[in-house]
Design a protein around this ligand. Structure first.
Ligand code: ATP
Ligand code: LTN
Length: 355
């Protein structure tokens, strides 16, 4: 009621046209996503998520961040984590994210993330947290360190997202479950307190949302794989990329075609299709009768060429640490201003006495 009255008064002052203009501007959609600084980004990270981040900034308000707090859920070497966080920030810029157009920052520089995460963890059902695939996978892989942070990881991710009230969250397939978890929190929370959070939607690409390991194409390509031949990093040198593709595990047939059971070839076709923009039909036609060797070599060349400018941008950016520092400080300041508005609203709604 109060809000309606406020809106009417505002409308009287600005007139219908002014309000419409403002509304149009307000409706520019908001995008948000994050990535952990657990190593140099892989071709999977690039194809499944980051390649869309740069193009989206032309049309939407975008916010991207280095999820360093999330990385603490697995034991990290402190000096390495610091280095990787700066590299991850530089990699985002190298992939085309422009700090003049998008908000780019480092998660731990913005206090509201950890703070909202605590509040949301009190609205996160134990049962739902226990069903998270990533929790089950990571606790199996790090059986000596199954900590509370690993368990409540989705509450921190929900806080990251909801603080900025985004419409879409561009991620790979493996994050779908965490997005669903966030949406359940929104429904639960808004159900109790009214319209506090905007309902976010996952934005998952149709092709390339799950790039597979080159050594075991039934497993997701992951930057923390212990076998470096299983993944391509976006900074790998062209000859390394070509060699890794040459060694990629396929099958005993010879025909390049997308078919159930041909996991290795399906993966290479997916990568090649995203990188070149060619359809599967076209790829099948182009490689008819040519065998896997030829195909692997072309995939390697195409990927190496696509990643070349990123590698060059990264090398240039890492030469200028002062510029990177200036950009992440500016990002943190802007992110704090936006996120603190949502945090204050939440604190008020749940009944915390305002200072
Ligand atoms: P880690 O190995 O440390 O768990 P990761 O390689 O899985 O890391 P994240 O930082 O967890 O990478 O993910 C960053 C983004 O990349 C997320 O949106 C995630 O969904 C996406 N992504 C990760 N791996 C792949 C993949 N193999 N294919 C497609 N998208 C992926
Ligand atoms: N959990 C994600 C990284 C991440 C994220 C986020 C992605 C942390 N917070 C918010 C999107 C929105 C991952 O492991 N890939």
């Amino acid at each position: 009621m109060k809000e309606e009255k406020g809106l009417k008064e505002e409308k009287d002052m600005k007139g219908d046209k002014g309000m419409e203009e403002e509304k149009k501007q307000e409706r520019k959609k908001v995008i948000l996503s994050g990535i952990q600084p657990t190593g140099i980004f892989t071709l999977g990270n690039y194809i499944g998520a980051i390649r869309n981040w740069g193009t989206m900034q032309e049309e939407y308000h975008c916010a991207y961040f280095v999820a360093d707090l999330h990385s603490l859920t697995v034991r990290q070497e402190p000096a390495a984590l610091r280095r990787q966080s700066l590299e991850a920030f530089a990699l985002l810029l190298a992939c085309g994210i422009d700090p003049e157009k998008s908000l780019v920052f480092i998660q731990s520089h913005v206090h509201s993330h950890a703070e909202l995460s605590w509040i949301l963890s009190c609205y996160s059902p134990f049962g739902a947290l226990s069903r998270m695939t990533q929790f089950k996978d990571k606790s199996a892989r790090h059986a000596d360190n199954v900590n509370a942070g690993l368990f409540t990881y989705p509450a921190l991710m929900a806080a990251d997202i909801l603080l900025y009230q985004p419409d879409y969250v561009p991620v790979g397939e493996d994050q779908r479950q965490h997005l669903e978890f966030t949406r359940d929190i929104v429904e639960h929370f808004n159900g109790i307190y009214g319209n506090v959070f905007r309902m976010p939607e996952a934005y998952i690409p149709k092709t390339g949302a799950r790039v597979m390991s080159l050594q075991d194409p039934t497993k997701k390509m992951s930057k923390s794989d212990t076998n470096p031949n299983a993944f391509i990093t976006i900074l790998d040198e062209p000859n390394v990329i070509v060699n890794k593709f040459r060694r990629a595990v396929t099958d005993s047939e010879t025909e390049v075609c997308f078919r159930e059971g041909k996991d290795g070839i399906n993966n290479l076709m997916t990568i090649y299709s995203v990188i070149t923009g060619l359809s599967f039909e076209q790829i099948e036609k182009d490689f008819a009768g040519r065998g896997y060797g030829d195909f692997k070599a072309e995939v390697g060349d195409a990927v190496a060429e696509k990643l070349r400018p990123i590698r060059e941008n990264f090398a240039r950016l890492m030469q200028d640490k002062a510029y990177l520092e200036q950009q992440y400080r500016k990002g943190a300041e802007k992110a704090a201003a936006i996120s603190e508005r949502t945090l204050a609203k939440v604190k008020k709604k749940v009944g915390l006495l305002m200072p």
